[in-house]
Design a protein around this ligand. Sequence first.
Ligand code: GLP
Length: 248
Amino acid sequence: MRQPERVVVAESGAMAREAAALVDRAIRTQPDLVLALPTGNTPVGMYTELVRLHRETGTDWGGVTVFNLDEYLGVAPDHPESYAAYMQQHLYRHVNVPPSRQHIPNGLADDPDREVARYEAAIEAAGGVDLAVLGIGTNGHIGFNEPAQELIAPTHVATLTEETWQRNFPHLVEAHRADQLSARPFRQAYTMGVGSILQARHIILLASGSDKRAAIARAFQGPVTTQVPASLLQLHPRVTLVLDEAAA
Ligand code: GLP
């Protein structure tokens, strides 16, 4: 069985440069590359570095297509906590991906079933994902595919676990405890499923920091289990792990 390629670097800045170099090289090799891209804290440095490479070396994103892994349900694209806004802030404002090739589930879609079908069809129409870049949750989630008895293969609506919600919205946790929230926002999200992710031709997973170490170990040194969604990546023939020493 082919083991994932592991690139271990000293710290998160080096992880960002390594990841950006891989993505940048892929775009230069294949100008019509189809990417799946993550959000969260981990990839912020990678985006900064990709923007620098675009500015300083002229990497052309004009033929690149991007699909985001996930987006919150019920959240408008211009909401500051939406992943659409994240992508604008960290990437799209700075590089020349044509807006028609910037794909993300529409958090405000009227009909979630139609929205997930639309998203899967758009991925297929683009010819599938060439390169997916992933982060990982402390509980081993990828995208918003949370640990569960069963996982859903295609793009679908997922419910965040309590752990993930509290990690992603620390500023709402107090308000929730103090009963100041009538309903809890950001509990549901559109996510590419493990099937849509595993269909990518090459997958890069990024992790930095000691709080990711246990998830990385469970995902790549333990059994394949839906309780650690990232462990399904063991089934993929081409995975590159870019880790800093604390996560490795
Ligand atoms: C979020 C995202 C994932 C991301 C993960 C880790 O919930 N849906 O795509 O990989 O959590 O986030 P962070 O990089 O901030 O630790």
